[in-house]
Design a protein. Structure first.
Length: 274
């Protein structure tokens, strides 16, 4: 009954936010925090110790008829067992769901629903991290224009496919908007870098377009022409909205106003080509 109520609220929310056609969903679960694991272990150990004491006092009861001590041991054991059980369930029940629609997605944590429309997302960052076993953990971080943030990783099924699908959809919304602002003479911020018609700006220093060499591969590197020293450098995995920056640079270099329409299908294998 509760699940049906949540589904009804989700569909109503999708209609209110004009998310369009429902596409697919992905299920995930949160990794337990160190605090949760610590609490569970404490109660589990106390429960085990209490059970041992109860068994010992039960044996004593048969000898000295100390029923009061046995009752106290039993109650204490049951209380600790209950808290160990509930803390363990809280770890298992932290399930997440992400529902993709034509114009955005809805993130569900238990009965809490949060909407992320493509045109409301201001930044997206994809990072890859190796775990202790050498497996690659993909992390996608999304930020709305109101500051709301969300991260998904390998705890979601098909996280790479889902994340790249969201990334492409967001880029198709961000790139035309960025190009329009750029052509209107506005400054666009990128991770300590500002892009405008005047050129690239870092702090108070401006590097005109015709003096800039840009290379995007494992890092975003900008140098002054004729100089080996980097004028600006940022690891790619810390640089949000890389495809948007590429679209702006290509627009400046080639003057193609409709480039953003075709960019998002190729940027993932074409970072090093400007």
């Amino acid at each position: 009954m509760r699940q049906q109520h949540v589904e009804s609220n989700r569909e109503q929310l999708a209609q209110e936010n004009h998310l369009g056609i429902y596409m697919r969903d992905a299920q995930g679960s949160a990794r337990p925090t160190g605090f949760q694991i610590t609490i569970f272990l404490i109660f589990a150990l106390v429960f085990a110790f209490g059970a041992l004491i109860f068994l010992m006092t039960t044996v004593s009861v048969l000898r000295i008829q100390n029923w009061y001590l046995a009752a106290v041991g039993l109650v204490g054991t049951l209380v600790c067992g209950y808290f160990a059980y509930t803390s363990f369930r809280s770890i298992l029940r932290r399930k997440y769901s992400l529902y993709l629609y034509q114009r955005g997605f809805i993130f569900q944590e238990r009965s809490l629903l949060t909407v992320f429309r493509w045109d409301d997302i201001s930044a997206i960052l994809h990072t890859e991290k190796l775990d202790n076993l050498g497996h690659t953990n993909h992390v996608f971080a999304f930020q709305r224009k109101d500051g709301k943030q969300l991260m998904i990783d390998n705890t979601f099924a098909d996280v790479l496919e889902i994340g790249e699908q969201v990334q492409r959809a967001v880029n198709k919304a961000l790139i035309p908007e960025a190009l329009a602002q750029f052509k209107a003479g506005k400054e666009l911020p990128f991770n300590g870098l500002t892009v405008s018609q005047a050129g690239l700006k870092k702090g108070e220093e401006v590097l005109p377009w015709d003096e800039a060499d840009v290379e995007i591969f494992s890092e975003v590197t900008i140098s002054k022409k004729g100089e080996k020293r980097s004028w600006y450098q940022m690891p790619l995995q810390k640089f949000a909205n890389v495809p948007v920056l590429i679209a702006l640079i290509r627009y400046v270099r080639k003057g193609q106003e409709d480039w953003g329409t075709h960019l998002t299908d190729e940027v993932y294998s074409d970072f090093d080509v400007i």
